[in-house]
Design a protein around this ligand. Structure first.
Ligand SMILES: [Zn+2]
Length: 191
């Protein structure tokens, strides 16, 4: 079996998945299959050779509850990788295997029908690169850096404000001294 992986999911996990599906349906023949896997978007639908051992699969993923976009916009955290929908993917794979065995749609039930194939139970297809969420430690480090930046920024603003205050006080003292030095008109009139 040869797996050509165009997705960001682990090739080893995909290979284990395809091997399990093929073994369940074609036994030892699994070794002669070539399977090419695409992320959704690069191809729209999966397909297979009718009567020959070649399958093109589009990986089915679905969003976790925490995977909603507004959450990313609100807290700026990276988008978690979507979870592979193993059962859906297994149904499609079984259907495509059917085609490689020469079956056409009129010979098959709709791929969505019936329970998910049992061979996929417990299998997982995990993301390749760990586009990991920041850990609690990462977030604490980030906040600490922010706090330190704020301390430095306000220290500079305070120093600047103190210089400006000193300047205006000097100007105010000038007028105070000037007023003190001026002759007291009222005094002279009292004579
Ligand atoms: Zn089909």
């Amino acid at each position: 079996m040869r797996v050509i992986n165009h997705t960001k999911y682990k090739t080893a996990d995909l290979a284990a998945f395809f091997r399990a599906g093929l073994k369940a349906q074609v036994g030892a023949e699994w070794k002669s299959y070539i399977i090419e896997v695409f992320p959704r978007g690069r191809r729209r639908v999966s397909k297979a050779g009718i009567g020959y051992r070649r399958i093109w699969m589009v990986l089915y993923t679905r969003a976790d509850a925490r995977d909603v976009e507004w959450l990313q916009r609100i807290d700026g955290r990276p988008h978690p990788p979507r979870r592979v929908d193993i059962e859906q993917f297994a149904r499609v794979f079984d259907h495509e295997i059917g085609h490689t065995l020469g079956l056409r749609h009129k010979d098959m039930t709709a791929w969505q029908d019936g329970p998910p194939p049992t061979w996929c139970a417990g299998l997982e297809i995990r993301p390749k690169a760990t586009t990991a969420l920041p850990t609690a430690d990462d977030r604490i480090t980030k906040r600490e850096e922010h706090v330190r930046r704020m301390v430095e920024q306000w220290r500079r603003r305070l120093a600047s404000a103190q210089r400006t205050l000193a300047k205006w006080r000097r100007k105010a003292r000038y007028y105070e001294r000037r007023a003190a030095a001026a002759p007291k008109e009222m005094d002279t009139c009292q004579l």
